[in-house]
Design a protein around this ligand. Sequence first.
Ligand SMILES: *Cc1c(COP(=O)(O)O)cnc(C)c1O
Length: 378
Amino acid sequence: MGINEPAARLRPRTEPSDPAETGVLIVDLAALADNWRTMARLAGGAECGAVVKADAYGLGLAPAMRALLSAGCRTFFVANVVEGEAARAVANDATIYVLDGVVPGAAPRLVAADLIPALGSLGEIDEWAATGRKPKAAIHFDTGMNRFGIPISEAAQAAERARHIAPTLVMSHFVSSQMRDAPGNARQIEAFLDARARFADIPASMANSSAVFLPQRPHFDLVRPGYALFGGNPTPYAECPVRPVARLSARILSTREIEPGACVGYDALWSARRRTRIATIGVGYADGVPVGATSCAEKPAGEALVGGVRCPFIGRVSMDYVVLDVSEAPREAAQRGEWVELLGDGICIEEAASRAGTIGYEILTRLGARFSRRYLGA
Ligand SMILES: *Cc1c(COP(=O)(O)O)cnc(C)c1O
């Protein structure tokens, strides 16, 4: 089956499946590779790396990295040493940066796995230099995030101390790149140019996924997308420029008809106004479906697609189950044993997030360990 077939053809029930499964996460590696190529094209002359921290945004580090490697990606970013070691086991020759920098005492582990820390303070430069042999490092400048990075006011000292190491990258990170017109974006670029001037021949990197699309095009020499590779929309003000990668489906375990006035779920948060057909599906907050997707005054409830029809979550999301109002769904699709879609072509990550009062990054990275995971296009 071609990977460009309509999503409906990729539904789990068309795949060989274990009849005992109640939740399936399909990760479309061909779409992931495609998204990387899209970002690489948009990066123009800059190299396109890939941020694969948090187990590749929850989708699986090893399969994601293999897909990215075969698409041509050579530079990866992870958060910490443990992730770096896992990444090194997948990619022998790749360049792997560790965004946490040098955690006190962790330098030998970085050296052993040939990982390059992004140094975020003068003290880290010294600790890294002390490992000898002029080790490679990224120098991370703080241009406004106030979370990590060397303040611009210390750029001269950083350049001085960096004589004892071999900088391979000068970098910074945006506060609000997903907001095209945030005034801070231009200020951060200015500050970064200041610091970068002290590292004349060293490649520079500032752009996460969203920043690739900023009007200033702050691509420099290397862009560092994460979210967009995994199907998140980096341009919330415009149509999504990348393809969905994660498809989440769950199975209907139970159905019933309830009378007006009957309540559903813990604490009886929802009650039927009319006779209602309902269905219980086999995923819950232990699988990463946020409790916040319960309907409340601030926002509508989560939704699932049942036979192509949107059906709202009713009552509180529980650990292992969500209950749906399937009154509007085709009867044959709302039966015990049938599959419903929670994320995919019909319901994007951003929509699921806004219906749960959270952000798409959290939806992705919380997709639980209990699903059976299937990788397409490997
Ligand atoms: C997570 C991260 C990225 C990737 O950001 P996305 O918004 O997921 O593209 C890039 N750079 C740094 C420093 C990060 O922490």
